[in-house]
Write a protein that binds this ligand. Structure first.
Ligand SMILES: Nc1ncnc2c1ncn2[C@@H]1O[C@H](COP(=O)(O)OP(=O)(O)O)[C@@H](O)[C@H]1O
Ligand SMILES: [Mg+2]
Length: 435
């Protein structure tokens, strides 16, 4: 409630002081500078937090080097993330687009020196603390003081007479004003400070936020090299997955249909030799040849189906999955929330993941129930297969789970298997599915 009121109040204030286009007239100059002082003061507040963090961080680092302060590293880094998060919010309100750079969850900060060294965002956060605790705080304090100094000094001659001797000073103590003339000089310095504030307030605010803008987002270089490394790995995985798939098809054709067709050729040869000698025997052989051809056809059909299940084409992902779920020997619930269609490769992979997971449930889990959930949120398709069986699924001990991981990786997705001994087992796969 209070939040809402605060938000509305802030929106109104923002609308009031928003500067559009060229700042030329005095009123918008004044509003821009007021806004700069307001945000600058908030920035100075975070600067104070940063300043106090510096000695505590140094002390923690020192204790950690000695070996006694290691458990303190994680909470300190969490604190750094919190302060940096506040500044990120301030900068976003000022119109900067800053993404949160952490790879893991925000509540999982680095825990050791090694982690900090390996995590560019942690190092950049620390650098920002050092800069903002000094530079940011000073600039913020100047921004906050300028309007007060100018009002005080401009009006100084009016109340100079009543001020005790020890406090007769202008420009925040820089000039002492013992005589009426210097008191009148206050008026001039006040006007000068006011003019400086009007002209340079927004600029100072910009200078205060600049370190945050460059340090608090993701490291552009690390981001790019990480992405290149990942793409290289997934490209290799895609090629691997492709090769494995070709080998599987080749083996299925070679061991199945091809063998049967060879047998058919042999049978037909035998039948031809028998035609004249014993026609009934030839007929019998031809009948065997026919059943063998039918077997070969069925196998060919199965191979074709395994390349891209036609049920996907005909009934879409939801239909295909409901066929899988209803065929499962363990009772299985299905929830599909996917608007429209995803790319064929994504649908085929999702289908394969569910098919393999449900086969595993039937084969290994001894579960009494399973559930399949498939959802699309934005550009991510999430597939979750859970069973309440005995757990202990291990990708290293078979080919099915490894196959899931490989196929998912090839599409730039992620696959996680959680299966503690005793259960339950959860297979979770996220696939990017374009726009
Ligand atoms: N849902 C499950 N519940 C319990 N154990 C499982 C489950 N899924 C897989 N496993 C275990 O993990 C191993 C690896 O599974 P997988 O890679 O699919 O190989 P495969 O099914 O060919 O044995 C299985 O041999 C099985 O012991
Ligand atoms: Mg399996």
């Amino acid at each position: 409630m209070a939040d809402e009121r605060f938000g509305r109040w802030r929106a109104r204030l923002d609308a009031l002081v928003r500067t559009e286009g060229d700042v030329t007239d005095l009123r918008s100059l004044l509003f821009a500078s007021l806004r700069a002082s307001g945000y600058g003061a908030v920035g100075a507040g975070f600067g104070i937090l940063a300043l106090y963090s510096i000695p505590i961080l140094i002390l923690t680092g020192f204790l950690a080097v000695l070996g006694v302060g290691r458990p303190l590293l994680a909470p300190m880094m969490q604190w750094v993330r919190t302060v940096a998060g506040l500044e990120r919010r301030r900068l976003r309100r000022l119109g900067h687009e800053i993404e949160t750079p952490y790879t893991g969850p925000i509540a999982d900060p680095p825990r050791t020196f090694g982690d900090i060294k390996a995590d560019p965002s942690a190092r950049r956060d620390l650098k920002w603390i050092a800069v903002h605790g000094t530079w940011g705080l000073i600039v913020g304090a100047v921004l906050l003081q300028m309007p007060f100094i100018s009002v005080r000094d401009v009006t100084y001659p009016l109340w100079w007479y009543f001020v005790p001797d020890s406090e007769q000073q202008i420009l925040n103590g820089l000039i002492s004003a013992q005589t009426p003339n210097t008191a009148i000089l206050g008026c001039a310095t006040g006007i000068a400070v006011f003019a400086l504030w009007l002209l340079f307030g927004p600029k100072l605010l910009d200078l205060q936020g600049r370190p945050g803008v460059s340090l608090l987002g993701p490291d552009p270089e690390a981001d790019l090299s990480e992405r290149v490394a990942r793409l290289t790995a997934t490209r290799a995985a895609a090629l691997d997955a492709h090769a494995v798939e070709l080998r599987r098809i080749e083996r299925a054709l070679h061991d199945g249909a091809q063998n049967r067709l060879v047998a058919v050729a042999v049978l037909i040869g035998a039948a031809r030799r028998e035609v004249d000698r014993a026609p009934e025997r030839a007929d019998e052989i031809l009948e065997r040849a026919q059943t063998t051809v039918e077997g070969a056809l069925a196998e060919l059909r199965a191979v074709v189906r395994s390349i891209l299940p036609p049920v996907l084409e005909d009934r879409g992902l939801a239909g295909a999955l409901s066929a899988l779920a209803s065929d499962c020997v363990v009772p299985c619930t299905l929830e599909v929330d996917v608007a429209g269609r995803c790319p064929a490769s994504v649908e085929a992979t999702a289908y394969f993941v569910v098919a393999e997971s449900l086969t595993n449930v039937a084969k290994h889990s001894r579960a009494s129930g399973a559930s399949v959930e498939v959802r699309r949120a934005g550009n991510t398709l999430t597939v979750k297969v859970v069973d309440d069986g005995r757990g202990g699924a291990d990708a290293a001990s078979g080919s099915g789970l490894a196959g899931i991981a490989r196929r998912v990786e090839a599409l730039d997705g992620t696959a996680t298997f959680q299966s503690p001994v005793g259960g339950p087992t959860e297979i979770r796969v996220e696939l990017p599915c374009g726009s």
